[in-house]
Write a protein that binds this ligand. Structure first.
Ligand code: HEC
Length: 132
């Protein structure tokens, strides 16, 4: 996918800018967890837990599909409003919103499927109690 390449390029640029602007030890800054999806970060790797949840629900789901779902979310779903925190809403609300919003964002079926897998599995892996 083309956008992945742009993401890669953007990430390298960001990384370069970051290294130049801060001369501090960067190793302590790589504490990457699901937390960072609150921000439209440029790369995403699903946690083991998220991947397992996704594979239980949709056999053969790959980590790559989930990271593509993440990219779709962070590039297409913040054009009209902020990127909502995935754990903020319950599953039913998300299913409803995704079917409402996918056409607004002009996503095709495949993109919508990846987005759905990412959002629902991420939510389940990171949900606060009682968001359902
Ligand atoms: C063309 C503009 C547009 C795009 C693109 C868009 N949205 Fe929305 N979104 C809206 C509007 C307008 C509302 C509020 C009214 C409504 O629900 O229709 C909304 C509401 C929402 C809500 C409900 C928030 C709440 O507090 O209840 C969620 C969740 C949401 N969008 C998710 C998404 C996702 C996920 C995508 C990407 C697939 C997306 N949106 C893309 C316009 C957009």
């Amino acid at each position: 996918m083309r956008s992945i390449k742009y993401f890669g390029a953007a990430f390298v640029l960001l990384a370069l800018a970051y290294c130049k602007s801060t001369k501090t030890n960067t190793s302590s800054a790589s504490n990457n967890t699901a937390e960072e999806t609150k921000m439209p970060a440029v790369s995403f790797t699903p946690s083991e837990k998220q991947l397992q949840i996704a594979q239980t629900r949709w056999p053969n789901t790959t980590a790559d599909e989930l990271s593509q779902g993440y990219s779709i979310y962070t590039t297409n779903c913040n054009k009209c409003h902020v990127l909502y925190n995935i754990t903020e809403f319950g599953e039913k609300k998300w299913i409803h919103e995704i079917s409402d919003m996918a056409p607004k964002a002009e996503l095709n079926k495949e993109q919508t499927a990846k987005l759905t897998k990412h959002i629902l599995s991420f939510r389940e892996a990171n949900a606060k109690p009682k968001t359902n």
